[in-house]
Design a protein around this ligand. Structure first.
Ligand code: KG4
Ligand code: ZN
Length: 348
């Protein structure tokens, strides 16, 4: 007899987005995200405020996801939540809520690694959002967000081999810092990208990233942008007003290029495809270059729709589905953790 496809409720609360989603297998029935706006006035996420906001939004977000999916709590087969990494106070809210629901409903609980979820989001099916999925292992994954810049060789759903990571700033953080130098409000990454579409990427030159192998280092590039602005301002004091689009285009090109260089170096014939994941996957240049790289190398590429690139709960459900199929349930005594190793047999 064929096993029934599991119905799983997932919750995401690792940073400043409260998410809840219901999946039947890999099919997304609902994916609700409530993005906190309280941080805008502070130029960055304030952990205490984020945690408090999650406490207020988690129940309405879960209710909305259940209502949109048209299912009852009694229909569920499991409850999942992000276990880490992330802001501890924020994680505790979603993780604790999911454990309480699992216990009261007598269902298994699944604690999920946030980065694994970003990567496995390419396996989700949602009509009109992601109709075509890539399947099979191993594949190559590039994770780019405000907190992470990592390249993984993904051997199996729970076997992630880290090939390279950042030695200092993450690429999203570097975008936000460049934006700040250009006088743009936080988080400036999307605005740098928007303006870059209108500018000349060859107008200003910065130093190239020097790290060998597959690692990244964005702090040198950041300093190089700062020096280039200061130098130009000596000749043209109003350059940041008159040439802002060219500054954005030049910085964007310099920030994106190292990602593609390392991706190309990491690719092996055994990789069945390559996926992009995380908030910076929204970047227009990166999306175009990633697709062009795939065509040039003759490899399929997965570029997430925007609703799966930024933090969301459907991606938590993608991992929960694999976990459910493999019988990998979490003990209700498990705690959320700000730092969490990516799943691999080496980490147990
Ligand atoms: O994955 P994400 O939503 O949150 C975490 O960091 O976990 O990523 C947010 C980061 C921010 O640094 C934001 O500036 C950057 O992604 N970002 C972009 C773009 N959209 C978001 N950076 C460059 N171009 C974009 N279009
Ligand atoms: Zn994230």
């Amino acid at each position: 007899m064929k096993r029934p496809v599991p119905l799983i409720l997932s919750i995401e609360s690792s940073c400043d987005d409260s998410g809840a989603a219901v999946l039947r297998g890999r099919e997304v029935l609902s994916n609700v995200v409530y993005s906190q706006t309280v941080h805008e006035a502070y130029g960055g996420v304030v952990p205490e405020l984020a945690s408090r906001a999650h406490s207020q939004t988690v129940v309405p977000t879960v209710r909305a996801a259940m209502a949109q999916a048209g299912v009852a709590f009694s229909d569920l087969d499991a409850v999942a939540a992000t276990e880490g990494p992330g802001l501890l106070g924020s994680l505790l809210v979603g993780h604790g809520t999911a454990k309480a629901l699992a216990q009261s409903l007598g269902l298994p609980f699944i604690g999920v690694h946030h980065i694994q979820a970003h990567v496995l989001a390419h396996s989700l099916i949602e009509p009109g959002i992601q109709d075509r999925t890539l399947e099979g292992f191993p594949f190559l994954a590039l994770v780019v967000s405000g907190g992470h810049t990592q390249l993984f060789d993904v051997r199996a759903p729970f076997d992630f081999q880290l090939l390279g990571g950042t030695l200092d700033d993450a690429v999203g953080e570097a975008f936000d810092k460049a934006a700040k130098m250009f006088g743009l409000p936080y988080p400036g990454g999307p605005e740098v990208d928007r303006r870059a579409e209108l500018g000349n990427p060859q107008r200003f030159a910065f130093s190239r990233m020097q790290t060998p192998g597959l690692d990244f280092s964005y702090s040198g590039l950041k300093t190089s942008i700062l020096y280039a602005i200061a130098k130009e301002q000596k000749q043209r004091p109003d350059t940041l007003e008159t040439d802002l689009n060219d500054w954005c285009a030049s910085a964007r090109a310099a920030l994106i290029q190292p990602l593609l260089d390392r991706l190309d170096r990491a690719l092996k014939p055994e990789h069945r495809y390559a996926v992009l994941a995380g908030g910076v996957a929204a970047n227009r240049l990166l999306r175009r270059e990633f697709a062009a790289w795939g065509t040039a190398r003759g490899i399929d590429v997965g570029i997430p729709p925007l609703s799966y690139a930024t933090d969301n709960a459907a991606m938590i459900g993608a991992v929960a589905y694999y976990a459910f199929e493999e019988g990998r349930f979490s003990d209700l005594g498990r705690a959320a953790s700000a730092r969490l190793e990516v799943p691999s047999p080496a980490h147990g």
